[in-house]
Design a protein. Structure first.
Length: 278
């Protein structure tokens, strides 16, 4: 039976992050009924369309797409149904699709969102970390200084922080978390929905040692639990200071523990000096 065409507009379609069985019925129907699909990589989306037994015009729209391509897509939306997909997961989550949505809304185009798979949310639900409040912060920067600043920016936020990370940079990021946010509970969720799915939760130093000995593969969601008003359960301030003092001066150790726990920095510095002297 032939599919009825969709009304013109922009359709934001979430696609699987690994397991093709996670495509929703509504997403498959929308891809079958749309006039064209805007996608990051036509090869990746082409495989999904083939799996679904569909053939539609695929139009490249990624980080390198400029205003001209965006304008062409919006112009076509006045009389065509355009589906927007990313290579995996929910479009606009750590990709440039928001510019297309803003342009479509400014032009009076109807925008429809179809929810579905999202690696950040899947990782959060697996981690066991507090999920009543969370902050998704995209990819951790590659450069050491920028990575440190990104971690420092979430230090005072009472929420689980969620980052995307690549396998080759994971150990370095875990080392940075251990130094900047000592005592935090951390989760590494990787290969989500795939055959070798894994989620490990523990301290940053322990996880760093594990992945240094067992280099990871695949795409990674890195989650950092919120700091506490006092010491994390099972640890005291002295333990946190000793951990920080192993690789930092007393003033730096005090600053790190203050960020992680919300305790007074001057008092922590005084205690760090005492511990360093023992």
């Amino acid at each position: 039976m032939a599919h009825q065409p969709l009304r013109p507009g922009l359709y934001i379609v979430a696609t699987p992050i690994g397991n093709l069985g996670d495509i929703t019925v509504r997403a498959a129907e929308t891809l079958a009924r749309c006039d064209a699909v805007a996608c990051e990589d036509t090869r990746v989306t082409g495989k999904l369309m083939k799996h679904l037994g569909l053939s539609k015009p695929l139009r490249r729209y990624d980080d390198h797409a400029g205003a001209a391509e965006r304008e062409r897509l919006v112009a076509d939306m006045h009389d065509q149904a355009i589906a927007l997909v990313s290579d995996a997961g929910t479009p606009l989550v750590s990709d440039p699709g928001y510019r297309l949505v803003r342009a479509a809304r400014a032009a009076g185009i109807a925008v429809t969102a179809l929810p579905g798979a999202c690696a950040a949310i899947a990782g959060l639900t697996l981690s066991g970390l507090p999920n009543d409040r969370f902050l998704f912060a995209g990819f951790l920067p590659n450069k050491d200084k920028a990575r440190r600043e990104a971690l420092e920016a979430v230090a005072g936020i009472d929420a689980t922080a969620i980052f995307y990370e690549t396998a080759p940079r994971l150990v370095k990021s875990l080392d940075a978390i251990a130094a900047i946010l000592p005592g935090r509970e951390v989760s590494v969720a990787r290969e989500l929905t795939k055959l070798h799915e894994e989620c490990r939760t523990g301290s940053a130093p322990d996880l760093a040692r594990h992945y240094a000995a067992h280099p990871p593969k695949g795409e990674i969601v890195l989650l950092i639990g919120p700091g506490a008003a006092g010491p994390p359960p099972g640890q005291d301030i002295d333990a946190l200071l000793r951990e920080a003092l192993a690789s930092a001066k007393p003033s730096q150790a005090a600053a790190q523990v203050a960020r992680a726990t919300g305790q007074d920095r001057k008092a922590l510095y005084a205690r760090a000096l005492e511990l360093r002297g023992t």
